[in-house]
Ligand binder design. Sequence first.
Ligand code: ARG
Length: 275
Amino acid sequence: MVEPEHFRVDYAINPYMDPRDQPDPAATRDQWSAIAEAIGAAGGRVEVLGQRPDAPDMVYAMNLGLPFMGGPTGRLAVLSHMRFPERRMETESAHAWFADRGYTLHRFGSDGVGAHFEAGDAFAWRGELVVGYGPRTERLALKHLAHELDITVRGVRITHPGMYHLDLAFCPLDETRAMVCPDAFDAASARTLLGLVPDPLVLTEAEAMTFCANSVVVGRTVIMPACPDRVRGQLEDWGFEVVIVGVSEFLKGGGAIRCLTNPLDVTLGRDLRTR
Ligand code: ARG
């Protein structure tokens, strides 16, 4: 997670951002700490990266890059190449942080050329990397990912402007279950994604607009920014414990709990098959 020392809404790069509606610093801090505590209480461990003063969106740590354990070098990370120049400097800080920890780094589009890739669009699940493209990640990036990592990439085209990253419409829960909002995708991609999930919890557009898919799963605990009753009923029937942490201040930047975190324990050869 990135400590929210300089979280602001300075520009609008998604439909939720409005620079006239700034986050309250005290509430920001409290909400961020509550997420970190909930992750700890569920059995996770949080590592913290400082925020650059010139990068107000850097709190959304998920977009810094895609880290993996395993592989020939033990640890590797694919750094994002953000769609909007307003966020591109974040990659420099992510690079330094991962390099300090011994990660081998793959860079998309150094010097500002090359396909856009934002890690909030990617999930390693059931052996494959599921990647949303359209609003942020470009389709060409999928080829680069498959080639660089020697993995199978499943692309799904996002068409809903309000679900501009895959993690607003898709949330893997365990080996077979995931929340999915088909309305985020074109018809073929919605079918593709539903075809990948043996036990889907299908979200309506209205349910997804609560950002309930933008959640973090630690074991059987689902840490959520909101949870409609119907969704809670299904999660509890499946044996999950729902923990709600309010993130009103971070919704002003268009992100919630998954966006504010980045899992460091995704393992090549376990969560993602290499070819
Ligand atoms: N303001 C940020 C942006 O528009 C929010 C990022 C949300 N992150 C996410 N993983 N969905 O880029």
